[in-house]
Design a protein around this ligand. Structure first.
Ligand SMILES: [Zn+2]
Length: 400
């Protein structure tokens, strides 16, 4: 029998809306049982924990579990075997969970590794977050990330590529709508899959209940994806006013992956990255924040996703993305929590991301309130996934 857990908290962020202060959170049989005030009764057999701050299990809506932050992304797919990448995948999943991230969306890899790892975690043969995996990203021939994706040309072929990912067990579908930073020769501002191709692929995905994401940096590709009915724009860094109007007028979310650009620019030329990567990241960084702030001011819905796995952008470092959303985009702690919990859960279509009676008990215990300092997301005291204490920082808590 799974033991019930009681957490005495200083501040609790429920996922959406205002935090509440000083109380007791009760978890039983994998679910949130109750949120009481500080004097609430605690069952005799409960494991009792204490934390200054409690948030829902975090959701990283943009990761690549096969990649571990290597300097040369294209190179690792040549220099490593699928078996080695499977181990990397499992290692990154464990680190992800220990960092307080209880759900991820893996938006593209080589074999079906993230899909298989999802199954292994459900079967308790591996440790990690809940995984919603895209399988192969779908791109035009020679498109961004072709070395890890399914190349498809024309509406019918894109439709077939979606069917292949679904057959493999994908939980979402990822399209490449523009060039990107990490592929040699790909120009981030140039559109790739056409609006017509995207529309066919998105239609096919939606017919099977699969949500869709588009890698889209350039303004034209962003608009192609939005007009075609995409559920989320990934990156979105060169979005223009017309794109912002389409985004705000529809249901799509924007996943800004600020950490991906920041880590490349910060590491700089001596860190072993190909020169083309640094040059492209720098040119995007110069304008991205301004564009994204404009989108936010216009009312765009932001969801947190870090592009973990890209150069120097590690899976255990999702907190950095949340700090950048606060610092660069001006989001409050409550808004950042929502972007990384309830907002992301809606995009991924998962029953996670909130602390409310009856909800699946994914909960992170932090050593300080995330307002005013979002650095408090770093190094959680403990992580609870599906009502089970999955990780606790040493030394352990005092148990009663
Ligand atoms: Zn990515």
């Amino acid at each position: 029998m799974q033991r019930s857990i009681a957490i005495r908290f200083g501040t609790l962020y429920p996922g959406a809306g205002a935090p509440r202060t000083r109380g007791v959170l009760l978890i039983d049989a994998g679910r949130i049982a109750a949120i009481g005030d500080a004097g609430a009764a605690i069952p005799d057999d409960a494991l009792v924990l204490e934390a200054p701050c409690v948030v829902p299990g975090l959701i990283n809506a943009h990761v690549h579990l096969e990649m571990s932050g290597e300097a040369d992304t294209m190179g690792i797919f040549v220099l490593t075997t699928p078996v080695q990448r499977a181990f990397a995948c499992a290692d990154n999943a464990r680190k992800t969970l220990e960092a307080g991230v209880t759900t991820v969306r893996d938006v593209g890899g080589t074999e079906k590794l993230a899909i298989e790892l999802h199954d292994a975690i459900v079967a308790k043969k591996a440790i990690g977050p809940k995984i919603v995996a895209a399988g192969h990203a779908i791109m035009m021939t020679g498109g961004h990330g072709f070395f890890v994706g399914r190349e498809a040309d024309g509406a019918d072929d894109v439709r077939k590529a979606v069917r292949e990912q679904r057959k493999d067990g994908a939980g979402c579908i990822k399209f490449i709508a523009t060039g990107g930073v990490l592929t040699k020769g790909a120009v981030p501002g140039t559109s790739q899959l056409s609006e017509n191709e995207l529309r066919a692929g998105i239609d096919e995905a939606h017919r099977h209940g699969l949500k869709t994401a588009a890698h889209a940096i350039g303004a034209d590709g962003i608009k192609n994806a939005l007009r075609a009915g995409i559920d989320s724009i990934e990156h979105g860094h060169l979005i223009d006013d017309e794109g912002i109007a389409l985004l705000v007028g529809g249901d799509a979310a924007l996943v800004p992956t600020l950490a991906a650009v920041d880590r490349i620019v910060e590491a700089g030329a001596d860190a072993g990255m190909p020169a083309f990567v640094i040059e492209k990241a720098r040119s995007i960084a110069r304008v991205a924040t301004e564009n994204l702030v404009r989108a936010r001011a216009a009312g765009a819905r932001f969801v947190a996703g870090s592009d973990a796995g890209t150069p120097f952008n590690r899976h255990e470092d999702f907190a950095h993305e949340l700090e950048l959303m606060h610092r660069w985009l001006g989001m409050s702690a409550t808004e950042v929590v929502a972007a990384a919990t309830t907002g992301a859960a809606a995009l991924l279509d998962v029953d996670r991301g909130s602390i409310a009676p009856g909800a699946v008990a994914d909960v992170v215990l932090l050593s300080a309130d995330v307002a005013p300092d979002c650095r408090a997301f770093r190094d959680p005291l403990a992580v609870i996934k599906e009502g089970v204490l999955a990780f606790q920082r040493q030394p352990p808590f005092l148990e009663r």
